[in-house]
Every structure is written in C-alpha cells, then in structure tokens.
Design a binder for this molecule. Structure first.
Ligand code: DGT
Ligand code: MG
Ligand code: MG
Ligand code: MG
Ligand code: MG
Length: 268
C-alpha cells in the first residue's frame, strides 16, 4: 500500500520496551483521594466498602489483562505484577501502564454501586499509574514488602490517631502532637491502655492489605449424557478455571512464598 506523505510522523514515536526478563510492576493510585474520601464519607481510618471495591477492581484487571501473576493493594493504591517472561504487547511500558489504569478506573465506576449502596458517586475518580522493573525475585519481594510495611505503619498510626480524635476528644493537631516521635510499641500501648484495643485483633485486611493470586483450578461437575443406542448416564466432566482468591496474609516473611511456590515460577 502506498504511503502517504504524512507517514514520516511515525518516526517521532519512541520505543518504550521494558527490559527482558524483569518483573514489571504497575502501581495505580487514586488521584487526590484525600478529597475523594472526604466527599464520599469514607469511614476513618478504614472504609471497608472502599477497600472491597478496590479489590473487586483489581480482580477485574487480573481477569481481563494477560500475564498478571499477583497483585497487592492497600489504601487507594494497587500494584500489579506482570510475569518476567510476559511478552504482552511486546512489553511496551505504555501498554502495561495505560491498560491497567484504564481498566481499573472504569471498574471503579462500574462496581461502585455494588459496594456503596447508599452513597452516590459524586464525580468521576481518576488514578495515576507508574511502571517499575525489578530484575530479581528478591527485588520484587522487597518491593512488595515495602508496600506491606507501608500499609502497617500507616494503619497503626491512623488507628491511634483517629481513636485519639474520635474517642479521646483530641483535636487533629493535638493528636498529631501526641504521636510525634512515638514508636510502634508506644502506639500499641496507647491503644491498649487508653482505648482497650489490642492492635493484633484489628482486621487483617486493614493491617496487611490485600493480595490477589491467580489460581488454576480443575472444576469437576456431573453431567447427564445420552449416546445413541445407550441408556442415559451420568459422567464427570472436568474443566479448567482460573480463580482470583483474595488473601490478607503476611508477604514479607518466607512462609507465604514457601506455601505458594508457583506464583513466580509458573508462566501462565
Ligand atoms: P495523590 O495520590 O497524590 O493524588 O493524593 P491523595 O490524596 O490520593 O494521597 P495518597 O494517595 O498519598 O493518600 C491516600 C488518601 O486516601 C489519604 O488521604 C487517605 C485516603 N484514604 C484511602 N483509603 C481510605 C479509607 O479507607 N478511609 C478513609 N477515610 N480515607 C482513605
Ligand atoms: Mg501520593
Ligand atoms: Mg492517592
Ligand atoms: Mg495512595
Ligand atoms: Mg487500537
């Protein structure tokens, strides 16, 4: 086919291929969710509806996009890990990032009503996205550990902070003063001695965030068949299905990785 004289503008497009053999992580994060959470009356410090909605969106991203082997979410962010051998869209970074962000954003609006039954969505939310490559499994695990440690640190701080404000009657500024420079043990102690809360008993989803796995399962079901000239009889049919179970466990230690050895090895 003859090329038009305009064709040369293609040369302005620059390649953005992700290095081979590296884990590709796309992280999305809600834009100005400080305001969004206030306007939509999120409960503080954790809104269970909002967290479940985030998890549902991440499941949809994993259902729809190829080669994501694991995702991790907390607060208004979600990280998606594409397998290091993935050759999806020839590993173009812009494809990884924009498809994740747009699929996640449209899911957030699409599924909103399922989780916020009494709270209308007041304006269209947005999410940012970034792509980071991790060359070794240790780097990838350290990345995920970093996000989970961040979840824990923020959740402990926020849990005490909002206790001091909501039940202790402190102003936000006074609560902030009170917590400045305190260590984790001191925050635990404030919760326990002043509010009778054992932080260990707080919900796992708040403390650990959410991990979504991709699991191939064989589903066996029974079906009646009738062949020509035979009696009708029951047979077992097996069908391979992919599930996306949500966990709220520790992913910093070795146990999770020892128990799920196929997460990083299996390529499908
Ligand atoms: P950004 O990401 O730079 O556009 O700005 P923000 O405001 O989204 O900042 P970010 O992502 O660092 O912090 C997340 C905000 O979302 C933070 O203000 C707390 C809010 N948020 C997230 N999850 C919850 C929740 O479950 N309940 C409430 N009340 N707020 C939440
Ligand atoms: Mg931010
Ligand atoms: Mg944000
Ligand atoms: Mg955030
Ligand atoms: Mg197209």
């Amino acid at each position: 086919m003859a090329k038009s004289k305009f064709e040369y503008v293609r040369e302005f497009e620059t390649p953005d291929t992700c290095l081979p053999n590296c884990w590709v992580v796309v992280r999305v994060d809600g834009r100005n969710f400080h305001r969004f959470s206030e306007q939509h009356n999120f409960t503080k410090p954790n809104d269970i509806r909002a967290l479940h909605l985030m998890n549902r969106c991440a499941q949809n991203v994993m259902e729809e996009l190829k080669d994501i082997c694991l995702s991790y979410g907390q607060s208004d962010e979600y990280s998606f890990v594409f397998h290091k051998k993935s050759n999806w869209y020839k590993r173009r970074a812009s494809k990884f990032m924009t498809h994740v962000v747009s699929q996640f954003s449209s899911s957030y609006v699409f599924y909103w009503k399922e989780f916020f039954t009494d709270q209308p969505l007041l304006y269209p939310p947005g999410f940012d996205g970034r792509v980071v490559l991790y060359p070794t499994e240790q780097n990838l695990r350290d990345y995920l550990s970093w996000r989970q440690a961040d979840c824990h640190i923020n959740n402990l701080y926020n849990t005490v902070f909002w206790m001091l404000v909501q039940r202790g009657g402190l102003t936000p500024a006074k609560a902030q003063d009170r917590l400045r420079g305190t260590l984790a043990a001191e925050k635990n102690e404030i919760l326990f001695s002043e509010f009778n809360i054992n932080y260990n008993n707080e919900p796992l989803m708040y403390k650990k965030g959410s991990i979504i796995l991709k699991k191939k399962v064989n589903e066996i079901s029974k079906k009646m068949i009738k062949l020509e000239g035979e009696e009708e009889r029951e047979v077992e049919v097996s069908r391979s299905r992919t599930q996306f179970p949500i966990l709220h466990c520790d992913i910093i230690g070795d146990m999770f990785w020892d128990e799920n050895p196929d997460i990083l090895t299996s390529e499908s």
